[in-house]
Write a protein that binds this ligand. Structure first.
Ligand code: KIV
Length: 418
């Protein structure tokens, strides 16, 4: 009789209660008794992500092969968790042992009890390290990307920005304004999300960002936080919510942080707003700066133009960058400035520069999500690279739907109830 084909699986184990090393070892022994363990990863110590107020986890991965189908393996992992004495507590709370199937050679698995890959695999740095150690050539079934090509290391807190710059790792940021896209971004290795006041343009359809209110920012940032519960989220302080003084800046930033669950706020301006930045940082609110083409000053600039071209203008922006670093920003956006100025500022500062239209010498990049996805067929500034043509796909999908309805091809039998 021919034996059934073996399936490869990567399992992630975690423990933060009791003797964590012993729990991992006992679980691996028990799994090894029923499957063939090919490789064990090193053990990593990690912070819990959703509920931080609990002990740190020890995590370890194993690559195993077995004839067992995914649901059979799931039953084995549950039995092993019971055997080690896992107690029922709150969701995402402390665990004696937790065993997740994070990858399988059969690809995507969606059943009522099992979902592989785990939707937040790629947003967890330790999962990336485990996959690169155990199965670097494996394809992530969610995105089609080979694990060894995922070089990202997600940002967990404000200190990671400076650490990444010091390590020479580029920082990847994208804007987002709603739950649906936030859920997708949360499943990537991108470092951080900016809920930009560019929503005034791309969501509200205004010619600039000036009409955006604190309430608008709160409305959108809450949706983003719901879709990306683990992401590092920066939220823009809109026009006139901080320029008017320290007291307004504190009150409005306090609302933005308290009512949205964001991790930081972003303010546009240099030395002129250093008192506001200092006051926010001293009250415990991380601040990102924004220099160069600051869109809230578009009326004063007389349009969206490259800034810092003359020696005087360039020296002013460099001086502003130093001033806001001294006031306490953990990073700053540089928008539409010449490459040489970006290089000079990036060299002069310890905190990272995040460029948009600022060339390749910035410590990271940010793009407006709608621009990089090609959602607006009529908007193509020089500094944007369109990584998709979603507007074309949207047109085609809508025309196909309309044609199907008109021709009686939608809904079909399988899309109807009886
Ligand atoms: O509002 C925004 O989207 C921004 C980016 C352009 C950096 O500030």
């Amino acid at each position: 009789m021919a034996s059934a084909e073996k399936i490869g699986y990567v399992l992630a184990l975690g423990s933060n209660v009791g003797d964590r090393h012993a729990n991992l070892q006992q679980a691996i022994r028990a799994l090894g008794a029923q499957t063939e363990i090919v490789k064990e990863s090193r053990i990593l110590e990690t912070w819990p992500i959703l509920i931080r107020a609990q002990g740190r986890f020890l995590n370890q991965g194993i690559y195993l092969v077995t004839e067992k189908q995914p649901d059979e393996l799931l039953a084995i992992t549950r039995a092993v968790e019971q055997q080690i004495g896992r107690k029922k507590r709150i969701k995402n709370g402390p665990r004696e042992i937790d065993i997740d199937i994070i990858w399988s050679s059969v690809g995507r698995i969606v059943s009522p009890t099992l979902r592989v890959p785990h939707p937040f695999n790629r947003a967890r740095e330790w999962v990336r390290q485990i996959m690169q150690e155990l199965k670097p050539d494996a394809i992530d079934a969610e995105t089609g990307v080979v694990w060894q090509n995922i070089t990202g290391k997600s940002i967990m807190n404000v200190n990671d920005f400076v650490k990444k710059k010091a390590a020479g790792e580029k920082i990847t940021v994208v804007t987002c304004y709603d739950y649906a896209f936030a859920r997708l971004i949360a499943r990537t290795s991108l470092d951080a999300i900016l809920v930009g006041d560019s929503l005034g343009n791309v969501i509200q359809g205004n010619p600039n960002t000036l009409a955006v209110t604190v309430d608008d920012m709160i409305y959108h940032a809450r949706m983003v936080r719901r879709g990306a519960p683990q992401a590092f989220i920066v939220v823009d302080m809109p026009f006139m919510s901080y320029q008017t003084g320290v007291a307004d800046a504190l009150r409005n930033a306090g609302r933005l942080i308290k009512e949205t669950g964001a991790d930081a706020v972003k303010l546009e301006g240099g030395e002129n707003i250093a008192p506001q930045i200092r006051a926010l940082v001293e009250s415990g609110i991380p601040v990102m700066g924004h220099l160069g083409l600051t869109p809230q000053s578009v009326l004063a600039f007389g349009g969206y133009k490259v800034q810092g071209k003359s020696d005087t203008a360039s020296a002013k922006i460099l001086g502003d960058a130093k001033a806001i670093e001294a006031a306490g920003v953990f990073g700053l956006v540089l928008e539409m400035v010449p490459v040489a100025l970006t290089a000079k500022i990036s060299q002069a500062l310890t905190v990272p520069t995040i460029g948009i239209g600022a060339g390749d010498k910035a410590d990271g990049q940010v793009l407006v999500l709608n621009d990089l996805l090609g959602l607006d067929p009529d908007f193509a500034p020089r500094f944007v690279r369109k990584y998709a043509d979603l507007s074309g796909q949207v047109f085609t999908a809508l025309e196909n739907y309309a044609a199907d309805v008109r021709q009686g091809n939608f809904p079909a039998e399988k899309e109807s109830f009886h």
